[in-house]
Design a binder for this molecule. Structure first.
Ligand code: OGA
Ligand code: NI
Length: 331
């Protein structure tokens, strides 16, 4: 089945949003406006180590989300990452289709658009590109864009930088739980830790007040590190309100995902988030999902569980967790 791409639909010049994109009233951005005057935590990694541990731990407990600055990734690398991703989506439709994924056949990597399984189900206003970036043994370059030619080099460079920052963050999060710095990385598979790139592409939308780019969800990863282009749209759920995440040049957006919530036995919160779309502008974002290998067994850390603090989550492999999440089965 040939998927209908949102980008192609938008280019056709719609003035009304097709029915499958119209969210039910209680989900619509026009009825669920973000609260005023609340801003997400911003943490500079250049502060003294104990200050960074404390701020990161607080943000993970209260928000499950924060921005980091002074992370050491050069602005020019972030700029090049955005350029190569944008150039891919500007290719002729036919050229992009050569990379089409096929989730029904278990081929998750490549160019994709979510398709409805039934008429009531609503879809998101988004196309994407998804592929594994690390570890090397799991990378299949055949499913990476070959055009623009710089895509591979830039993405490999970014992957190394994200791995460095991930190791730093996992150490900070471990220490924030009162544990040795290596604990979380070790539970997440050490050198088998997986990094997955998802480029999100949200074309201009004729009626953004009725649509969502991505619906409310938590990421099933351990952490997600995201950079957006210059169009805002991400919102995080905090104290019964949506909070809009303002743009901050060169900051990285860090999401706590489900696996860290489970490992910390709920001390750190996986953040519920969604994204809105824009009438005039194309929004893009580059999300790196940081996840354990499928065979890793993930449950509350034994160091955090005792008679007073019982395990709040069951222990299972990441493959099993993913299966249940995809099929909306209880964990
Ligand atoms: C995601 C996601 C939000 C965004 O890809 O999981 O939540 O800002 N994206 O694009
Ligand atoms: Ni997400």
């Amino acid at each position: 089945m040939v998927a209908e791409r949102v980008q192609a639909l938008a280019l056709g010049g719609l003035n009304k949003l097709p029915a499958q994109f119209i969210r039910p009233a209680h989900e619509r951005p026009e009825n669920t406006v973000a609260v005023d005057g609340v801003t997400v935590p911003v943490i500079s990694l250049s502060q003294p180590h104990d200050v960074v541990v404390k701020e990161v731990a607080e943000a993970c407990q209260e928000w499950g989300f924060f921005l980091i600055t002074d992370h050491g990734i050069s602005p020019s690398l972030i700029q090049r990452l955005k350029e190569v991703g944008q150039e891919f989506f500007e290719l002729p439709q036919e050229e992009k289709e050569a990379y089409a994924n096929d989730a029904a056949c278990g081929k998750f990597e490549g160019y994709g658009t979510k398709m409805t399984k039934n008429l009531e189900e609503k879809v998101e206003w988004i196309d994407y590109y998804f592929h594994v970036m690390a570890p090397a043994s799991k990378v299949n370059y055949d499913v990476w864009p070959k055009n623009p030619p710089a895509y591979r080099g830039v993405t490999e460079e970014y992957s190394k930088e994200i791995l460095r920052i991930t190791e730093n963050l996992l150490q900070l999060l471990s220490e924030g739980l009162g544990l040795a710095g290596k604990v979380l990385k070790s539970c997440l598979g050490d050198e088998e830790l997986e990094l997955e790139m998802k480029i999100n592409m949200y074309p201009p939308c004729p009626q953004p007040e009725l649509a969502l780019g991505v619906e409310p969800h938590t990421d099933m990863s351990a952490l997600t590190i995201l950079v957006p282009n210059d169009v805002p749209g991400l919102q995080v759920w905090k104290d019964d309100n949506w909070v809009a995440v303002n743009l901050l040049e060169n900051a990285l957006f860090v999401h706590v995902g489900d696996q860290i919530e489970v490992l910390s036995n709920g001390k750190y919160k996986g953040v519920l988030h969604r994204s809105l779309v824009n009438k005039e502008c194309t929004r893009m974002s580059w999300a790196v999902f940081i996840a354990p290998p499928p065979e890793a067994n993930i449950g509350p850390l034994s160091e955090l569980v005792n008679d007073q603090n019982q395990a709040k989550y069951s222990t299972k492999t990441y493959a099993e967790y993913r299966h249940r999440k995809f099929n909306k089965l209880p964990q």
